[in-house]
Design a protein around this ligand. Structure first.
Ligand code: DX5
Ligand code: ZN
Length: 220
């Protein structure tokens, strides 16, 4: 298996047959399953909560990569941990006490991720990067699938890769989310990303296995 993970985002799946959709991407070679949680406040959209994710969890062996686009994410960490999260990522912009929230995630036995929007500098997470298991650089403004990749975010990916080198954080994952497809995957992986979230590029296609294979071959 490649060291670059592909994490299809179920935001772009058919919610009326979520179980089948998850099984299809699992068979098709996904590494993680990306679960986008939106509250209508932090982002202008609503999706699902821990009950829906808890219904998916027993159907798949894929690690569940939970992206909390919510205000007060700390209020939902216990429920998502209980529902089977492998990683829980919170936005720096949504946390007054970011360090505390990261440690709260870890205390629940879950890997901790920290995300930043395109308009937020990487310096916002510099003081917690050594505490985190994953950094998520948003490559679109969060809220919706199918948006265009923002090229200016590449600089931020490179900066986090530099921190990894300087600080010896070999295990730190750098995830990107938004507008990732065969055309943009080589750009982000060259910059240092190693977890690629893809919504529309995978679920927007009839053949999800072929869609993921195209992304993989674009970076090999
Ligand atoms: C955006 C979400 C993404 C979304 C990506 O707010 O966080 O995970 O599903 O969708 P695509 O890959 O279609 O840009
Ligand atoms: Zn996401």
């Amino acid at each position: 298996m490649s060291n670059i993970y592909i994490a299809p985002s179920i935001l772009s799946a058919n919610f009326a047959k979520l179980g089948e959709e998850v099984a299809e991407v699992e068979r098709g070679g996904a590494d993680w399953l990306h679960v986008d949680v939106m509250d209508g406040h932090f982002v202008p959209n609503l999706t699902f909560g821990p009950l829906v994710m808890g219904a998916i969890a027993p159907l798949t062996k894929l690690p569940l990569d939970v992206h909390l686009m919510v205000e007060k994410p700390e209020d939902y960490i216990p429920a998502f941990a209980q529902a089977g999260a492998h990683v829980i990522t919170v936005h720096a912009e949504a946390c007054v006490h970011l360090h505390r929230v990261i440690h709260m995630i870890k205390e629940h036995g879950v890997k901790a991720g920290v995300a930043i929007n395109p308009g937020t500098p990487v310096s916002a997470i510099r003081e917690v990067v050594e505490d985190a298991d994953l950094v998520l650089i948003m490559t679109v403004n969060p809220g919706f699938g199918g948006q265009a990749f923002i090229p200016g975010t590449l600089r931020k990916i490179r900066e986090v890769r530099e921190w990894k080198r300087e600080l010896g954080l070999e295990g730190l994952r750098i995830e990107v989310d938004g507008g990732i497809a065969a055309a943009t995957a080589p750009l982000v992986t060259e910059a240092g990303a190693d977890v690629l979230v893809a919504g529309n590029a995978v679920f927007g296609r009839q053949d999800r296995a072929a869609a993921m294979a195209e992304i993989r071959s674009s970076i090999s």
